[in-house]
Design a protein around this ligand. Structure first.
Ligand code: GRF
Length: 189
């Protein structure tokens, strides 16, 4: 299974997925990293692992559709089977999604449908809920609204600080994302 990972930031999930592949826990290969900024840390992580990076400069296209069509051409040239969003901060449209039905997956740091959007960990923390977690889901054209594949619960005990919660959520993400993908890929084969 040929994976493309879309990321906009640090890339700890990229690293977790790459490490799972190296450890033979995930029968796949990362053939492309897609980024929407030219100078983010995840690009370095990809270079270290000889994964080519494609910078999609949305601003250089007349509109989002044109940008996504250029991206689709790149994905098709790399024979990508599955697209994984890992901290990708842009909403994809049906221009791309219709070409990859049930082939675009995201990880979100909250128990969807609760706390969608950019600040899932902080929003759950501020809401004072006693548990939050991580969701792996299919991507549709909404913001964190696609069909849920799997979730993992992270309790918020009294006195737990935001930093501790963030650390724990990220650790759960790094475990859950490769595990869920491995299950999906092996049941499809
Ligand atoms: C993760 O918390 C992911 O759930 C969210 O963005 C963050 C990306 O982190 N959508 P990283 O770039 O993988 O370190």
């Amino acid at each position: 299974t040929k994976l493309a990972i879309f990321a906009s930031g640090t890339g700890t999930n990229f690293v977790a997925l790459a490490d799972a592949i190296t450890a033979q826990q995930l029968p796949a290969q990362i053939v492309l990293l897609v980024v929407d900024h030219p100078d983010i840390a995840v690009i370095e992580r990809a270079k270290e692992r000889n994964v080519p990076a494609f910078y999609l400069n949305y601003k250089s296209f007349p509109n989002k559709q044109a940008a996504e069509l250029a991206l689709v051409a790149k994905l098709q040239a790399a024979s990508v089977d599955l697209i994984l969003l890992a901290g990708y901060m842009r909403i994809l449209t049906p221009t791309l999604l219709d070409i990859y039905p049930k082939r675009v997956i995201n990880i979100h740091p909250a128990l969807l449908p609760n706390f969608p959007g950019r600040h899932g960990i902080l929003d759950a923390f501020n809401a004072g809920v006693t548990e939050t977690g991580v969701t792996v889901h299919y991507v549709d054209a909404g913001i964190d609204t696609g069909e849920i594949i799997q979730q993992a619960v992270v309790p918020i005990e009294a006195g737990k600080g935001l930093a501790a919660l963030e650390t724990q959520i990220h650790a759960v993400e790094h475990e859950l994302y490769p595990t869920v993908l491995a299950q999906l890929i092996t049941t499809e084969d």
